[in-house]
Ligand binder design. Structure first.
Ligand code: MG
Length: 378
């Protein structure tokens, strides 16, 4: 087995990626994290990577001192291309938020395979990212349960035979609730996802259904399918991870125990399937699989995401940046839950970026405009 690089290794998915590497006997030649030096040091001592990149200057100095007994090179800040260079074959990008775009671009530019848990890369810069995939003849393996499912289901037919991609959504912790109920929900209520164990940011996005909105854009770019052909159904059991409908009205689904470990292992070992790392699915015990429509009046994340695409190329970036900022403010207890989608709506309407072409520089500007907009309006 070849050696991989794991970026964002101290986050929720990053830790699970390393657990998979440990279990599958995959070597790790590079790690990166933002600032959690303590956990990063433990990971370095276990996996003995060649290069480690730390985002923050202070964390960099602390880490350098604490692992000076080891033969590992600690890099700081912008040295992402150096880190990617030690991946023999594949990089798994587990960074949370738009910060992960750097890993995505550097990996594809180096012509390496990318296992992508950072959906923001595709949401915000899908056009740039997919152009690089073609240009360097490389591949993205999705590390998102819905997209991994669709990736697998698509093998049942030809691309021109696809009628629709059907993403499933658990509905989050507030399925069936009203806007009135959502007015005063607490941070703890928001973070209690019924089926999946996830980091805080994505848990909030699941409660607003913004996560599902972003996943529509992720699927649109990753599979090159028109927005009109991507549907969402609420499926509270999270057993059907997503589906593909073909022109003959056959629907192919991928099912399994809801556990990211399975999704990660599939991406790391593709095209092989390995003996399972997740619990067997007992359909008789589950008995019932339900499907419902999304209540778009209560949950606006999906319509906001679709709207952003129709407004212009930089609007998904605005939506994502504003959302990152709003989620942070919500988790700090500074705004209420419903203010998230209300502010997102306002922010999209106030942006003046129609017809602006998508470049890395334009993305940076749109991102900081949206964050400033949010901070000056809450
Ligand atoms: Mg997902």
């Amino acid at each position: 087995m070849k050696k991989i690089v794991v970026t964002g290794s101290t986050g929720s998915v990053g830790c699970q990626a390393l657990a998979a590497a440990r279990l599958l006997g995959i070597g790790v030649s590079g790690l990166s994290a933002c600032s959690n030096v303590k956990l990063l040091e433990q990971q370095i001592r276990e996996f003995l990577p060649k290069f480690v990149l730390v985002e923050e200057e202070k964390a960099y100095r602390n880490l350098k001192a604490s692992v000076k007994d080891l033969n590992v090179k600690i890099l700081c800040g912008s040295a992402i291309a150096d880190l990617i260079s030690v991946a023999e074959d594949l990089v798994i990008n587990c960074v949370v938020g738009i910060a992960g775009l750097k890993t995505t671009l550097a990996t594809l530019n180096a012509g390496k395979k990318l296992a992508l848990a950072n959906k923001e890369s595709l949401v915000v810069a899908g056009e740039l990212v997919m152009n690089l995939v073609t240009q360097h003849a490389t591949q993205i393996l999705p590390v998102d349960s819905e997209h991994s499912a669709i990736f697998q289901c698509l093998m049942a037919g030809k691309k021109e035979e696809v009628k629709a991609l059907i993403l499933t959504a658990s509905g989050g912790p507030f399925r069936g609730k009203t806007r009135e109920f959502l007015k005063n929900v607490s941070i703890n209520q928001v973070l209690k996802h019924p089926n999946w164990q996830m980091g805080k940011k994505i848990s909030v996005d699941s409660a607003t259904l913004m996560n599902k909105g972003f996943e529509i854009l992720e699927a649109m770019w990753l599979f090159g399918v028109d927005l009109k052909k991507i549907k969402v159904v609420v499926h509270p059991q999270s057993v059907v991870h997503s589906m593909v409908e073909f022109v003959d009205n056959s629907i192919i689904s991928q099912m399994g125990t809801p556990d990211m470990a399975g999704v990660i292992a599939y991406a790391l070992t593709f095209p092989r399937r390995i003996k399972s790392v997740v619990k067997e699915l007992d359909l008789v015990k589950i008995k019932l699989l339900e499907f419902e429509e999304v209540d778009h009046n209560v949950f606006r994340g999906i319509s906001l995401a679709k709207k952003s695409v129709t407004l212009g190329k930089l609007y998904p970036c605005v939506l994502n940046a504003a959302n990152e900022q709003l989620v942070e403010l919500f988790l700090e207890g500074k705004i209420k839950f419903l203010e998230i989608d209300e502010m997102l709506e306002m922010c999209l309407e106030s942006a003046n970026l129609k017809n602006v072409e998508i470049t890395e520089e334009a993305l940076v500007q749109a991102d900081s405009w949206a964050r400033e907009y949010v901070l000056s309006h809450v």
